[in-house]
Design a protein around this ligand. Structure first.
Ligand SMILES: Cc1cc2nc3c(=O)[nH]c(=O)nc-3n(C[C@H](O)[C@H](O)[C@H](O)COP(=O)(O)OP(=O)(O)OC[C@H]3O[C@@H](n4cnc5c(N)ncnc54)[C@H](O)[C@@H]3O)c2cc1C
Length: 488
């Protein structure tokens, strides 16, 4: 059977490997780090464990389906915990609400926050469900090369109206809610793909449906356990995973790939290569290709992130597993992110403390705070390195002003800056999701799953359908389908 090499053991790469191996091909995954999972990772120190990438899992059925391809039951491999509340929101005026897992409870909490808004919240979620149902059988169904391809998958013009691609998420939110706090709540879903609500299409309004009706999930022991489970499934299918293997070229002869060359000079011959590395790294370094590179450069990059990993002594009153403290001026935040490209002065702060759900993640009497604020992606690494000096202290001051005064309680502190994300994962600009959804055409500017050379396929956050755990797993399936069809 033909040999397929996957470059990168991120979630997209592991998903692709599982699908290709399940159809009977020999698969080797080469990963430059010493472990699998890519951005789905964790860090441990002083008895604490923090997620360093994803802290929230949506659409676990995508992973159940992936495990099922190999005859596994995902729930035998990982302990999935449905969270309630989904998230505790606090607004700049000091008010807030718990987004409860039960839809009736959630609407009641919204109604208590803003009398009259409960039915609007229900309406927003109903529309979110419709958008998802249409998107799932059209946009997410396979490779996407042009708007025409999307239109061909639609059953009627009604489908197009339902996904609402020409209006921004913010416009949709503002048309639904009179209360600016709930507009800000709805706008936040643009950040689930590292995008701006003012530029991303209203289609992203499907995400609250995923959280509300299909659940917001944690993996007991930390989300990185999911990567271990995928690696185990791949191993059972005979996939060879080689870590500490840096690919420096995808080799080709004429119009077809011939394999990959590793940094130590070893050549792995292959009939097909699936690149899970970022598309910009791919077309700049691994298989230099001017046209494909230019195209990849035109796709809008997602935002990056600035992270504090904190070990906190004592218990914090009112802390949930997922917490958001919104800034007072969301527009200024996204201007800083995508127009001015500056660290955000007054950021919305996200705190995930998995020890609230899973005490194994912190020593007794302590909490593990993963603090994330949005940060712009960057062009110049040399300039970037200095930009975040003192920013961690600034974020802690902002948090203190908003009621999270951690003075005297921090027993461990670590930072992850955009430049660290870029270096570690070879993700240009430190973009945490690869490409963003900014602009009505963003979905079609994103590099496709088929490369410009025969036998080359792409998966992962920088290619269709974009970033986030379930989406990169879908991209792995789409790339694997193209690959196995061509090999047949
Ligand atoms: C801080 C942060 C928070 C996030 N929060 C969430 C969240 O809550 N929920 C969610 O769903 N998603 C979240 N995400 C996004 C999610 O982590 C990513 O979309 C997803 O994990 C990316 O998977 P991928 O398949 O694109 O591969 P990546 O994770 O980008 O992995 C690519 C792999 O390729 C390897 N590689 C690159 N170049 C080479 C080479 N030349 N040779 C060999 N190997 C190479 C890299 O080392 C890496 O392991 C977050 C990300 C970050 C960073």
């Amino acid at each position: 059977m033909p040999e397929v090499v996957v470059v990168g053991a991120g979630v997209g790469g592991l998903a692709a490997a599982i699908h290709v191996a399940a159809s009977g091909h020999d698969v080797t995954v080469v990963e430059r780090l010493d472990h699998v999972g890519g951005k789905l990772d964790h860090r441990s120190a002083a008895g604490f464990t923090w997620e360093t990438g994803p802290s929230l899992l949506t659409l676990p059925d995508v992973f159940r389906g992936l495990a099922g391809v190999a005859g596994h039951d995902l729930d035998d491999l990982v302990d999935l915990v449905r969270l309630d509340p989904i998230c505790r929101y606090r607004f700049a005026d000091g008010t807030g609400f718990d987004h409860r897992a039960d839809a009736v409870d959630a609407a009641a909490a919204v109604e208590a926050l803003s009398p009259g808004a409960g039915p609007k919240f229900d309406d927003f979620l109903d529309r979110a469900r419709t958008v998802w149902e249409v998107s799932e059988r059209t946009f997410f169904a396979g490779a996407m090369t042009s708007p025409l391809r999307l239109l061909r998958r639609m059953r009627s013009p009604r489908d197009l109206a339902d996904i609402d691609p020409l209006r921004s998420l913010h416009a949709r939110a503002a048309a639904t809610f009179d209360d600016s706090r709930l507009v800000q709540w709805a706008d936040r879903y643009a950040t689930y793909s590292g995008s701006s609500p003012y530029d991303a299409p209203a289609t992203l309004g499907c995400i609250p449906h995923l959280e509300q009706h299909l659940g917001a999930w944690y993996v007991r022991g930390g989300l990185a356990r999911l990567a271990d489970a995928l690696a185990r499934i791949a191993a059972d299918l005979g996939v060879e995973v080689r870590t500490r293997c840096d690919v420096d070229r995808i080799t080709h002869a004429g119009d077809g790939v011939t394999g990959v060359r590793l940094a130590d000079g070893e050549h792995l011959a292959a009939d097909a290569v699936i690149a899970n590395a970022d598309a910009l790294h791919l077309y700049r370094d691994l298989l230099p290709h001017r046209r494909a590179r230019r195209r990849a450069e035109r796709a809008p990059r997602s935002s990056s992130g600035f992270v504090l990993l904190l070990g906190i002594e004592g218990a914090t009153a009112g802390l949930a597993h997922h917490n958001i403290s919104f800034s007072g001026d969301y527009r200024a935040e996204f201007d800083a992110l995508f127009d001015v490209h500056d660290p955000i002065a007054d950021p919305t702060v996200y705190v995930a403390a998995s020890s609230v759900t899973d005490p194994s993640q912190a020593p007794a009497g302590h909490e593990n705070w993963f603090v994330l604020v949005n940060a712009p992606s960057f062009d110049d690494p040399a300039e970037e390195a200095a930009r975040y000096a003192g920013y961690g202290d600034h974020v802690l001051e902002v948090m203190a002003e908003r009621g999270w005064d951690l003075a005297g309680r921090i027993v461990h502190r670590d930072e992850i800056r955009p430049v660290d994300i870029a270096d570690r994962f070879r993700t240009p600009g430190g973009s945490i999701y690869g490409t963003s959804s900014n602009g009505a055409m963003a979905a079609f500017l994103r590099p496709g799953n088929r490369g410009p050379v025969d036998g080359l396929y792409l998966c992962g956050g920088s290619s269709h359908p974009g970033g986030g755990l379930p989406l990169v797993a879908m991209s792995g399936r789409i790339a694997a389908d193209l690959c196995t069809q061509d090999l047949a």
